[in-house]
Write a protein that binds this ligand. Structure first.
Ligand code: SOE
Length: 382
């Protein structure tokens, strides 16, 4: 009989649904020693949070996160709020000895992130950040191929994350739906929201990033604020492009924007090594492109690996070969890995400390965009 783990989730937006679905599904497909129980969900609007609790099967609700993190029947606090609340909630939850899962990015900046790392490490509580794209089976396969040395020395890393949903100047900023456009709630724009994903994957696959030089732009300078009703300055970066150097000597180009007309969530990366290259595309997430120079020249070419067979990462838990899975499964994989790690007394990644590295790169990128100089990631506080 599996042990239970009582989850208290704070926030119930898009990520609240993705996480709730993961807690629901995990025991069906990854039965293990620990089974999550949806104990409580918390948000300020009582009516809406009741509705959410009913839809997703939470046993109870709270409207004040401080009450939730203090409840003795909660084992794990899941933070799905806007970024400006991550630190306060995490520090308080750690003080109460709770395990913590936190939405990405870890914090508003690396100074806050550092406080969060100190809090969870001092409390000795398991912690993890929802950089979910690591757990797309094709991306995990890329990690395996790199670790097996198949690519040889890495020369280049290239990643983009392109969207187009903020092009209209009529779109307001702030409030529940549009907090990602409000710098006071988000901390930054595409750098913390989208490039953070690219950076997390890049560090995981290719090691530490040491230096960056960046440019950012805010195309729409003022937008009406949903909460004040006034037209206010836009403080986020709408677009960001940066060059980077990795500790292993490879060079990188990263780009992200919410102004790439025609692209909704085009996250792609390509890695070029001495012996082989790999490429991945979120719009075709179950495939990994692979080119191996060691193949006989007459049949050499880019292969498109359909990552569905049972020997592929995570796939033996799903359907039969040839049948693919999607976006929501990455969250299920993340919960499954977390539960397995705590059952075995191990650490699931990315931890808060891992995510602090990504946060430092984001800070270095924003600093470089401001100063026009190369910035050493090491020099960032945090
Ligand atoms: C923004 O539109 C967003 O939802 C991000 O916040 C997510 O982290 C990303 O996975 C998809 O795009």
């Amino acid at each position: 009989m599996a042990r239970t783990l009582n989850v208290g989730m704070i926030g119930y937006g898009f990520m609240g649904r993705a996480h709730s679905n993961a807690y629901h599904q995990v025991a069906h497909f990854f039965p293990g020693e620990i089974r999550p129980v949806l104990k409580a969900v918390c948000a300020r609007d009582e009516q809406k949070v009741k509705q959410f609790a009913e839809t997703w099967g939470y046993e109870s609700i709270e409207t004040d996160w401080r009450r939730l993190v203090a409840r003795p029947d909660i084992d794990l606090v899941d933070i799905c709020t806007p970024n400006n609340l991550h630190k306060e909630i995490a520090v308080e939850a750690a003080r109460h000895g709770k395990m913590i899962l936190c939405e990405k990015p870890l914090a508003m900046n690396s100074a806050e992130g550092k406080e969060m790392v100190e809090a969870v490490e001092k409390a000795g509580v398991p912690n993890m950040v929802w950089y979910n794209y690591r757990r797309v089976p094709a991306v995990t396969l890329a990690k395996q191929l790199i670790e097996e040395g198949r690519l040889g020395k890495i020369f280049h890393y290239r990643a983009v994350f392109l969207q187009d949903w903020t092009i209209s100047a009529e779109l307001p900023q702030g409030g529940t739906a549009l907090w990602r456009l409000d710098v006071a709630a988000a901390g930054s724009g595409v750098t913390g929201d989208l490039l953070a994903h690219c950076i997390d994957t890049a560090i995981w696959l290719n090691g530490p990033i040491t230096r960056v030089t960046a440019m950012t732009e805010t195309f729409i300078k003022e937008r009406k604020h949903v909460l004040t009703g006034k037209v206010e300055k836009v403080g986020i970066d709408d677009a960001c492009a940066f060059l980077a150097r990795f500790a292993n000597g490879s060079l990188a180009v990263f780009e992200s924007t919410r102004y790439a007309r025609g692209h909704k969530a085009l996250y792609t990366f390509e890695i070029n090594g001495e012996k082989a290259s790999i490429a991945w595309d979120l719009h075709d997430l179950h495939r990994l492109s692979y080119f191996d120079h060691r193949d006989e020249s007459r049949v050499r070419g880019w292969r498109s690996i359909h990552v569905t067979d049972s020997d592929m990462p995570y796939m033996k838990h799903w359907w039969v070969p040839g049948l693919q899975i999607g976006y929501e499964h990455t969250f299920i994989h993340q919960v499954a890995d977390f539960l397995e790690a705590i059952a075995k007394g191990q650490v699931a990644h990315p931890t808060f400390r891992d995510a602090l590295e990504t946060q430092k790169v984001c800070d270095a990128v924003l600093k470089s965009a401001q100063t026009g100089q190369w910035v050493d990631v090491e020099s960032v506080d945090g």
